[in-house]
Design a binder for this molecule. Sequence first.
Ligand code: CUO
Length: 682
Amino acid sequence: MSEAQSLLSLFEKPYPDVTTPRANEAIVFEMEERPAVSVRLGAGSTINLRKRPDADPSRLGTATVIPRGSAFSFFVRTHRQAAKDLCDAFMKTTGVQDLMEFAARVKNIVNESLFIYSLSFVILHKKELRNFRLPSLVEVFPQKFVPVEHLVKSQQEAVRRDKNEETQMVIEHGPDFSSTSIKPEHRVSYWREDYGLNIHHWHWHLVYPIEMNVNRDRKGEIFFYMHQQMITRYDMERLSVGLRRVEKLENWRIPIPDGYFSKLTVNNSGRAWGTRQDTTNMKDFRRNDIGLQQLDITELEVWRNRLMDAIHQGYMKNAKGDTIHLSDDVTTGKRGIDILGDAFEADSSLSPHFQFYGDLHNMAHVLISFSHDNDNAHKEEMGVMGDSATAMRDPVFYRLHKFVDDVFQAYKLTQRPYTLENLSMPGVVVNQVSVTSKKQVNKLTTGWSMREFEASRGIDFSSPKPVILRLTHLDSVPFNYHIEITNNEPRPTVVTVRIFLAPKHNGAGEEMPFMEQRVLWSEMDKFNHTLNPGKNQIVRASKDSSVTNPNDFTFRDLNARPMTSTEASEFDFCGCGWPQHLLLPRGKPEGMTFQLFFMITDFEKDKVEQARGARSCANAVSFCGVLDAKFPDSRPMGFPFDRRPPPSLLDASVLTAADYARLGNIMMQDITITFLGDKLVK
Ligand code: CUO
């Protein structure tokens, strides 16, 4: 077995042969009585481990404080510290063999999710490990994606099976998901419970972690932007199925109307995620089992007021009392939105004053995730809102993040509107735009597809053959953008092409004015292109989108050739993008009208000076940035919809996005998206 296979086997079941849940017992047994032990790896082989005094739990810092079998939450500060301590220990190892031995030692000591998080983190951040491709989280933890009843039934079936049985065991999930027709909110459960969506969220928070010293460019701003785009896409999906746009969760003193019952288990322990009944109230946090101090809702309200005061005053104060101005029009230093993102998320290492502005977004996740058992009276586990791999399943996630986004939008509305000069590009005229798919013009289609994973990597089915997990998901037929542009300059000109999508009508069926539609524009693509003088025809494939991963980024093909280190590091880093299969909203069976917005800007103004050798993600750069380098677009994220429109366009009685198209470098196009259900043919 190669080093690579051995290391990646640590992501798999079965776990090493010592499986006691009591961390200290395990290490004493190994350290004192068996100075060298064999550890069974997932692929059925063993490795011999040397004695490792540094695997002593006392040297792992706080990494062992999270009990095995329970949930690991990056929203909980003590859990973040545990992750930091374990990641630091992993980062100190020298070489693949050393890491593998050390990780195998601690795998059965530390919390399972913490272990996978930390091993993933170190593969992503240790330069010599950049040729390792992270396995899909669906295969590592099928329990976080598939209801426990499917998994238990399959395990029972595997035990009963004749060992010579030839047919493959398959677990199917979907398209009913956990929904019924009784609850309107369940109409979008297929989307909230999508495997790719939840992997995206887990992966994104792995690439942009808080308090882990990763030094990512514009981290606070991308926290705002990526989550804002989640809300726009959720709203497009809701409008597709006849639901109103999501409402923010702003009043934390009244019941949350919608409950959530995930039917999932936390790890391999069989411990169920906490559930939330309809009309549950958020409550003051009174548990003492996860190392957090008591926290009242009042405290969240105080933090919110301080953030809002800062927005309207235009500045924050740091711990020394210095004034930090909040403005997005800066030539050096951080934009206001970036500072606000760090303070709000919150990252205590980057917030201007963590004690004062608090830990609002993280602790809102925590209070909601414990609202069913805030004082541990029932010894219930946290709800799915506590884990970035499961939080997006819960309807309340979007209500919380709509609140978060509204605070950010309140800040954005304090910024000066864009001027015509900011928006236009003299010398460049867009003549025509369209999309084509299967020879149809401006008509796109969606429907159901299926994807297979190998569940037996994450769960021991005692089956000699792999057990396949077949998941149903929304998908769309690939398409191409066609853009015809005239360059009136006498020389080649490099431009940035920006493409957005939004529904044309609101829930009442009316065409939306600019300010209503402004927060519904979803980025579809952004790329650079060199225009020759005269007419230019650009054809761009939907699979090359700057927001999505290619399809196979969430899937491991064991028969594929090994990746080069460049491919693998791009896979691990850039794999945090939006799932390709959710690039389009569902639309309606009878067709639903959306608008595409095309904007051409001058790359001279957009470009960012990078250090030599910086490699951009070929895909997903809009959400993932660039590995070890700066975010490659100098404009504020969300440009041009992140601010109010120029007053000079306000002469229309009701301004719409189409008024932007009076500028030659902008054009819009109505398109129809039709949902074909099971009849989708790609
Ligand atoms: Cu991604 Cu609240 O930050 O979930």
